[in-house]
Write a protein that binds this ligand. Structure first.
Ligand SMILES: [Fe+2]
Length: 133
């Protein structure tokens, strides 16, 4: 379970709300894994993430653009890579079905990536906005 911490907040309401929704969905998925329901939940989680992160990343990138954030390109690249990982996992699940391995991989990849990204990269955007109001 991921517990939302105040330090995860970027300070922009829309983005923080979207991040919390992502964390909420990942928690749901992790709970399903704990209850041996991960396999059933994996496709749904991936489909959700595919649609939701595209929208969320677009909003974040718009925000960065609007404040002329200097590291937008690097940040966007991380987003694109994540979308690619989700795509690959989804394709794998659709063609080969789910396995414990895919489930674990999803779990680790997503949780690690997301929390790391929110704290480091999105946090930097938040800092920048505070300094350049
Ligand atoms: Fe981001």
């Amino acid at each position: 379970m991921i517990t939302w911490r105040d330090t995860y907040n970027v300070g922009v309401r829309q983005i923080d709300d979207q991040h919390q929704e992502l964390v909420h969905r990942l928690n749901d998925f992790m709970e399903a894994c704990t209850n041996q329901k991960g396999k059933e939940k994996i496709q749904e989680t991936l489909e959700f993430l595919k649609a939701y992160t595209v929208e969320h990343f677009r909003d974040e990138e718009k925000l960065m653009q609007s404040v002329q954030y200097p590291e937008l390109a690097v940040h966007k690249k991380e987003h694109d890579e994540f979308v690619h990982v989700i795509d690959e996992l989804l394709q794998q699940v659709n063609s080969q079905g789910t396995s414990i391995l895919t489930t674990i991989k999803l779990n680790r990849t997503l949780v690690d990536w997301l929390i790391n990204h929110i704290q480091k990269n999105d946090g930097k955007v938040g800092e920048y906005i505070k300094q350049h109001p």
